[in-house]
Design a protein around this ligand. Structure first.
Ligand SMILES: N[C@@H](CCC(=O)N[C@@H](CS)C(=O)NCC(=O)O)C(=O)O
Ligand SMILES: *[C@@H]1O[C@H](CO)[C@@H](O)[C@H](O)[C@H]1NC(C)=O
Ligand SMILES: *[C@@H]1O[C@H](CO)[C@@H](O)[C@H](O)[C@H]1NC(C)=O
Ligand SMILES: *[C@@H]1O[C@H](CO)[C@@H](O)[C@H](O)[C@H]1NC(C)=O
Length: 223
């Protein structure tokens, strides 16, 4: 496709940003990566995502697409010649959207309690809820290699980016996901080993851990 200028406003540690990076890599799209400082947001970010003021923002020929899953769908529709991410069948597509939405509505918010709460009961509640949700996802995966079946796709993209945060959830929450949901862990490892777009887009788990400890210090200093 000619005349395609693609810019991504992002933050390296963001599981939402990683989704867009995976989709761009899958499609082989060249783009300019701009790291944002969320404590000092750029005027470009404020201009491109005035509603939420959040990363990631995909900017395609000067026009912004906000919200990571919407950006992944957009990429899939615009660059539709290779590596389809969403199924074409309407029912299958609806299912894929349902599970990606489940990841967004549940995993992130519950997980935050484990990462940032100072109240023991709240942390415990977060831990229970987090593991429960991952077990639901593990049940949906079943014995399939990927959520959509034989090929890596939309739901895999939505969830696999959380894998880089698993070590942090486990360490701060004192649990083992390998013990709680072994099939889900095998799936994540499969996604990473089989797909270079995934492995290239996910930072090392320990880097995320340091990032969260640092963030917690900053948040404490603020209050
Ligand atoms: N639902 C959004 C979530 C994006 C999001 O939470 N971004 C965070 C970083 S991981 C952010 O930019 N936070 C800045 C803020 O809230 O001020 C998506 O999928 O893109
Ligand atoms: C905030 O970002 C601007 C550029 O976007 C930079 O000039 C300024 O020094 C930054 N301020 C702080 C406190 O980091
Ligand atoms: C990686 O994922 C894409 C879909 O996102 C798929 O088309 C491709 O075949 C996958 N690569 C491998 C090696 O599985
Ligand atoms: C962490 O979990 C283990 C096993 O469930 C338990 O024995 C240990 O006391 C826990 N540690 C903390 C700090 O809660």
């Amino acid at each position: 496709m000619a005349n395609n200028k693609v810019v991504l406003l992002d933050l390296w540690a963001s599981m939402f940003g990683m989704r867009v990076r995976i989709a761009l890599a899958e499609k082989g799209i060249e783009y300019e990566y701009k790291e944002e400082d969320l404590w000092n947001k750029s005027s470009l970010l404020l201009e491109m995502n005035p509603v939420h003021k959040k990363i990631p923002v995909l900017i395609h020929n000067g026009k912004s697409v906000c919200e990571s899953l919407i950006a992944v769908e957009y990429i899939d529709e615009v660059w539709n010649e290779k590596a389809p991410l969403l199924p074409s069948d309407p029912y299958q597509k609806a299912q894929a959207r349902f599970w990606a939405d489940y990841v967004d509505k549940k995993i992130y918010d519950i997980g935050r309690k484990i990462l940032y709460s100072n109240v023991e009961e709240e942390k415990e509640e977060g831990k229970k809820g987090f593991i429960e949700c991952l077990k639901v996802l593990e049940g949906e995966l079943g014995d399939k290699p990927y959520f959509g079946g034989e090929a890596f796709g939309f739901v895999d993209i939505a969830l696999v980016t959380f894998y880089s945060w698993f070590y942090t959830y486990e360490t701060l929450g004192n649990f083992s996901l390998e013990l709680e949901c072994p099939k889900l862990i095998s799936w994540a490892k499969r996604c990473i080993e089989k797909n270079e777009s995934v492995s290239k887009s996910l930072p090392h788990q320990h880097k995320i851990y340091d990032f969260v400890l640092d963030l917690n210090k900053k948040l404490k200093a603020r209050t």
